[in-house]
Design a protein around this ligand. Structure first.
Ligand code: ABN
Length: 166
C-alpha cells in the first residue's frame, strides 16, 4: 500500500510541476475532508412509508378516508374484525378511498361494532370524505350504524374493503 502510494506520488511528481503536484494533492486532501459533510440523500432511494400508506393505527391511513368513529384495532379488534364481545352492524356507511400505493379507488364499508359500551381509548377519526350535511338524509355519516342490530350500543368502527370502485 505504502509502495503503491509512493510510486504514484513519484510518477505524478515527475510528470507534473511541483506547484501543480502540491495543488492537486491539496485538493484531494481538502476534498476528502469536506466530502462527509456535504448534503446528500442518505435514504439511498428508500423512502419511509407514510401514515397514509402503512399506519393502520392512525386516522391518516388511506382506508379511513370516510370514517366516523373509534378505530377497532385499538380496542382489541383488527382493521376488519370487531373486538370480542361486540358484533358488526347489519348496515354500514360505504366510502370511496384512493389507495396511495396503487393509485386506485376502493369501496370501503365502515361497519360499527355493536353491543359493548363505547371504546374511548382508541383514536377517534372523523374524516368523512364525501359526506354531506345531516339534512341530506342518506348522505350523512354521523350515525350509529348499530341501529339495526339487537344490541344498539356503539363500540368502535372497522374498515372492510368491498372492492374496486369502477
Ligand atoms: N358511526 C359511528 C357513530 C356512532 C354513534 C354516533 C355517531 C357515529
Amino acid at each position: 500500500m505504502d509502495k503503491m502510494a509512493e510510486g504514484s506520488a513519484r510518477r505524478m511528481a515527475l510528470s507534473t510541476g511541483r506547484r501543480s503536484f502540491l495543488a492537486r494533492t491539496g485538493a484531494v486532501i481538502v476534498g476528502g475532508a469536506l466530502l462527509p459533510v456535504l448534503p446528500f440523500d442518505r435514504t439511498f432511494g428508500v423512502l419511509p412509508a407514510n401514515a397514509a400508506e402503512s399506519d393502520e393505527f392512525s386516522c391518516e391511513y388511506w382506508r379511513y378516508c370516510a370514517l366516523d368513529g373509534n378505530l377497532c384495532n385499538s380496542c382489541g379488534g383488527t382493521l376488519t374484525q370487531c373486538p370480542p364481545g361486540s358484533e358488526a352492524s347489519k348496515v354500514s356507511w360505504v366510502g370511496t378511498c384512493k389507495n396511495p400505493v396503487d393509485g386506485k379507488d376502493y369501496l370501503v364499508s365502515y361497519n360499527d361494532c355493536c353491543g359493548r359500551s363505547e371504546c374511548d381509548n382508541a383514536p377517534f377519526c372523523n374524516t368523512n370524505q364525501g359526506e354531506r350535511p345531516g339534512y341530506r338524509m342518506g348522505l350523512h355519516n354521523d350515525i350509529n350504524w348499530c341501529m339495526a342490530n339487537a344490541s344498539v350500543g356503539y363500540h368502535c368502527t372497522v374498515a372492510v374493503l368491498v372492492g374496486l370502485a369502477e
